[in-house]
Design a protein around this ligand. Structure first.
Ligand SMILES: [Zn+2]
Length: 166
């Protein structure tokens, strides 16, 4: 029987490190009640999106540490894992000693988990996005809105260029 994490307990967490600890410890527990997939773990949820396009950048999301991570920074650079982040710095996704592919799948909380811990495992608050986009997003809850806005602007731009005024 899996440990069940009750919402009233989640609500009492207020330190972001506590929230992260619960999240990290629950990766293989069936704590997400998904309307389509039933009761699944965060790892199972994440795996559903393997090889699917990231909803933000459209790049194929990858999974599988043996193929998409390395312990050597130089190897990561050779593999093309390095990219320029929103601050203009060269960066490589890193967890522990491993460097990861930029489009490795992550599970993002639409509403920041530290701000709203009771939504930690709500399927409608979870979204599979690539690590790079997750980095860009950071803690910024306006990211999604801004992204939508950028996208609409680019559509408008394209429409203008395609259909010049007569
Ligand atoms: Zn992405």
């Amino acid at each position: 029987m899996n440990e069940v994490i009750k919402k009233y307990k989640l609500r009492k967490l207020y330190k972001s490190s506590d929230v992260s600890a619960v999240w990290n410890a629950s990766q293989n527990l069936q704590v997400i009640s998904h309307p389509q997939y039933g009761l699944i773990s965060p790892n199972e949820y994440r795996a559903k999106y393997k090889n699917k396009p990231c909803p933000y950048c459209g790049k194929k999301m990858v999974q599988g540490q043996q193929f998409y991570s390395t312990t050597s920074r130089q190897d990561a650079i050779n593999r093309g894992y390095q990219y320029v982040d929103k601050s203009g710095n060269k960066t490589i996704n890193q967890a522990g000693r491993n460097f990861f592919h930029p489009n490795y799948i992550t599970l993002d909380h639409r509403t920041n988990k530290a701000r709203c811990p009771e939504k930690l495992f709500d399927s409608d608050n979870l979204e599979a996005i690539c690590w790079r986009c997750n980095n860009q997003k950071g803690d910024d809850n306006s990211f999604e809105l801004q992204h939508t806005c950028d996208y609409l602007n680019s559509l408008a731009e394209e429409a203008r260029s395609r259909y010049p005024k007569l």
